[in-house]
Design a binder for this molecule. Structure first.
Ligand SMILES: [Zn+2]
Length: 303
């Protein structure tokens, strides 16, 4: 029953859509999965496109399933951009099917394999959290720009010039993250979070990262994970650990309790934006703002 319903929905989905047809407003309809991708599209294309993200603030992309409303948005889209590297684990089939009938691109697809970290959870897979190394994210932004220029060639020059400016902004963001994290004394530079979203961040900015739940939030944490992390925190006298806006804070609170019971006071350093940005219209509702806020939260709590 489930399969036939899906099949039916898919037929509805592909009926009446042509690959690069523009809607009534004349603007290219772009649908992205995450907010970070949406933000990249807006910085490149400004008001030349009508863009929307399926996953808003606080939404976990690893667990996200397309709703009926999403199917209709995807159906109407001229261009669909997703992260790739299995971040959108539950949307793989839909994205693949849509790719046969319209323009569907993964932002991560041109990032050289030797820059990617292997998944610690899944065999033959890579860590999808590429937005936490600003330099690596520049590669994704460049790919999105190429795709926009190809699909909407009339505005290609406009997109190219905005991209050049935005990439410069990302260069200064990278330098800011680098110099700010470096102000935390080396032995205190340990970032403990609920799930392993920050490995690229750790590699790029020289901070040790430990996540409770692995790269995806699909599998749950166990008591052993909690015991291991608790030992690590006590051993290294870690002052603060972090919760994430898109992951339940249950695990991190259990770790905090475990440390406190063993006489080591560790505090919650604050919320980090890991797999979702903040509310649209706030500084954290942009990629640059989310990264800056994370860096401030981490630095203030660990110093
Ligand atoms: Zn994640």
């Amino acid at each position: 029953m489930k399969t036939s319903l899906l099949g039916f929905l898919f037929i509805v989905l592909i009926a009446g859509c042509s690959p690069t047809e523009k809607n009534n407003s004349g603007k290219l309809q772009v649908v992205t999965t995450t907010g970070m991708l949406y933000d990249a599209v807006i910085n490149i294309a400004k008001d030349k496109v009508a863009a929307q993200a399926l996953m808003g603030p606080g939404v976990d992309p690893h667990l996200y399933k397309a709703t009926q409303g999403d199917l209709s948005k995807l159906n109407q889209a001229d261009l669909i951009i997703y992260n790739g590297l299995l971040l959108e684990g539950k949307m793989g089939d839909i994205l693949q099917k849509l790719g046969r009938v319209k323009s569907v691109y993964a932002a991560a697809e041109n990032i050289p394999q030797n820059q990617l970290l292997s998944s610690v959870q899944y065999e033959n897979a890579y860590d999808p959290h590429i937005w936490f190394d600003v330099n690596m994210w520049k590669g994704a932004v460049g790919r999105i720009s190429e795709v926009l220029q190809k699909v909407d060639s009339t505005n290609a020059e406009f997109y190219a010039s905005n991209t050049t400016k935005y990439l410069k902004r990302l260069d200064s963001l990278h330098a800011y993250v680098d110099s700010t994290i470096a102000t935390i004394p080396k032995q205190q530079r340990i970032l403990v979070t609920a799930h392993d979203a920050f490995r690229y961040f750790g590699r790029a900015y020289n901070i040790r990262v430990e996540g409770l739940q692995g790269i995806s939030t699909v599998s749950d944490f166990g008591l052993r994970d909690i015991a291991q992390i608790t030992d690590l925190i006590i051993e290294n006298k870690v002052k603060a650990i972090f919760v994430e806006t898109s992951v339940s804070d249950r695990a991190i609170k259990a770790v905090m309790q475990g440390c406190n019971e063993r006489g080591h006071n560790v505090t919650i350093g604050g919320y980090l934006y890991s797999d979702a940005m903040g509310e649209f219209g706030t500084p954290e509702g942009t990629y640059v703002g989310m990264v800056e806020r994370n860096v401030q939260t981490i630095t203030e709590s660990l110093k």
